[in-house]
Design a protein around this ligand. Structure first.
Ligand SMILES: Nc1ncnc2c1ncn2[C@@H]1O[C@H](COP(=O)(O)OP(=O)(O)OP(=O)(O)O)[C@@H](O)[C@H]1O
Length: 253
């Protein structure tokens, strides 16, 4: 039986006169990777931040794990893991020190090395955050969402700016987090990423959800309209060449 873990009903957000989110409704099912897709300014981050309790909504209802956002924010905070802006990490602390710091904020005792192992950064335990590569910084930032053992994590454009290998490594990491039963909500601009990762996708445009289904269903619906892609003459593309030649394995960037 699929269980709804997040329920958003007629959510609206105005910034002054501007309607950034115009009454959207959707449910997220426990254990799925749910993608919010849309062009710049569509309202994805605003929606995510409202669910994360970080931003006030204008109207509508949000329930997370059965808790009402209006009255039970503290209970919601205990269920969720939020990806901090990487600029929020003290650049001079090493990874173990940073994890200890965040664990203290969450009032948790955890073994930093276990967490670093999960995201393949054990050998960087003593490195400073500022000395990590872009991909390593993102993996570490995802690790910090897991410190309070959340039921749901939110990832806002986690692979932006990464090279193809680092993106694939992050996809594997996100899938492994989901495999442990954690629900993942992700925003992305990359359609290949959404197709590979997401169980279901909501496409947002100008503050409204214009489609919500599995990637397969969205593609099948388009094909059913008679749409056809221009014939692919080659069986591989340049990204395939790059990955084939440089490998998919984790590397120390
Ligand atoms: N604090 C704010 N004050 C005024 N307008 C805002 C504020 N935050 C966001 N907006 C506006 O609300 C709209 C939605 O922004 P939001 O960041 O949610 O979009 P997004 O879909 O996440 O975009 P992107 O893909 O570029 O991150 C945009 O037009 C943005 O300019």
């Amino acid at each position: 039986m699929s269980k709804v873990i997040i329920s958003v009903k007629d959510l609206k957000k105005n910034y002054g006169q501007f309607e950034a989110v115009k009454g959207i409704s959707f449910d997220v099912i426990e254990g799925e990777i749910f993608g919010l897709l849309g062009p710049n300014g569509a309202g994805k981050s605003t929606t995510l931040e409202i669910i994360e309790t970080l931003r006030e909504k204008t109207s509508g209802q949000v329930f997370v794990g059965g808790f009402n956002l209006d009255t039970e924010q503290n209970s919601i905070k205990q269920l969720i893991g939020v990806q901090l802006q990487t600029s929020g990490f003290y650049p001079g602390l090493n990874l173990v020190e940073l994890i200890d710091l965040f664990a203290g904020l969450y009032n948790r005792t955890i073994n930093p090395r276990d967490l670093l192992k999960m995201v393949n950064l054990e050998d960087k335990a003593k490195s400073k955050f500022k000395d990590l590569s872009g991909g390593q910084k993102q993996r570490f930032s995802i690790a910090t969402t897991l410190i309070n053992d959340p039921k749901i994590i939110f990832l806002d454009e986690p692979t932006t700016g990464l090279d193809p290998q680092a993106r694939r490594n992050l996809w594997d990491l996100i899938k492994s987090i989901r495999a442990k039963g954690t629900t993942v909500i992700i925003t992305t601009h990359y359609m290949d990423e959404a197709e590979v990762l997401c169980d279901r996708i909501a496409i947002i445009d100008s503050g409204k959800i214009i489609a919500l289904a599995t990637p397969d269903k969205l593609i099948d619906d388009l094909v059913a309209t008679g749409f056809e892609r221009p014939k692919e003459v080659k069986k591989a593309n340049l990204e395939d060449v790059f990955i084939h030649m440089t490998g998919h394995a984790l590397r120390e960037e």
